[in-house]
Design a protein around this ligand. Sequence first.
Ligand code: BDR
Ligand code: CA
Length: 313
Amino acid sequence: MPKPILIDTDTGVDDALALILALRSPELSVKAITTVAGNIEVQKCTSNVHRILDLLQIRERPIVAQGAKRPLRQSLLTASEVHGSDGLGNVSKSLPAVEPFKPASAVQTILECCDRYGAKLVIVAIGPLTNLALAWKSDPRTMRKAGHVITMGGAFHVPGNTGPVAEFNYYVDPEAAHIVLNSGVPVTVIPLDVTHQVVVMRKEMEYRAKRRASMVAMTVLNMTREYMRYHLDTQGFNGGYLHDPMAVAVAVDRTLVKTRKVRVDVETTGTYTRGMTVSDFHNRRSRKHHAVQVAFTVDRDRFLRLFHERLWM
Ligand code: BDR
Ligand code: CA
């Protein structure tokens, strides 16, 4: 039986790849997609979810719900320099227009899914954790029914990608990340420590897209062009990280990563350290604090095989 999953996304380029991976994975049944402000403004995130569903010609559509316009306390920081001003590498103008839509409420959708699917539900959160924190604040008992939250975020033993110490999703809404990581819901964190272990190169994307030559393949190729150029300019390689697809892949197969159980706080007030993940690797903190599983190694070859197998189907 496929696992019921809910994806909470700030639909940028790697989020879109993650959605494609999830929607093409027979091990998963995507019941809902909720959007949150992050890479771009939330209305654009929601349009992008519809664009991906249209592109894949998904007939039985998951619920699409829109969530927070801004983080809990901080003002919104977007990443249009990475994902383009539309969040999809500026390809949306060449895609068919999205039909007008009236999205459901993200918080309500999250709570309804927790209620309906209970311990079977996997929530894959690939943007700032604002919606999940709001759902938790409004009804912690119902949130605790969820089986598992997989969150892409944090940087433990590696530098950040938003300033020296913080990863983008947790930098954007550190208060929300702190709430979710200390909520007592079983959480697996997919930080930069593992996502920076895997890169997909532009040449390989070009080779595979041209060989497949479908509408989806060519859109993926165009959508990732600016994202990869950004990596070339800032990291020196012509390719890109697969942050969010890795979180989905872990929902498909948990053995892709090795984790350590630790208690994690997220810095919310630091002058220079906002969004930093601070963890007690010696587990000296009080047992009252909830621990989470943090991924530190990934089976790179198996992950890439899964990613390519499904992306170019
Ligand atoms: C995370 O930040 C976003 O820009 C990506 O979509 C990913 O979720 C990586 O730090
Ligand atoms: Ca994201």
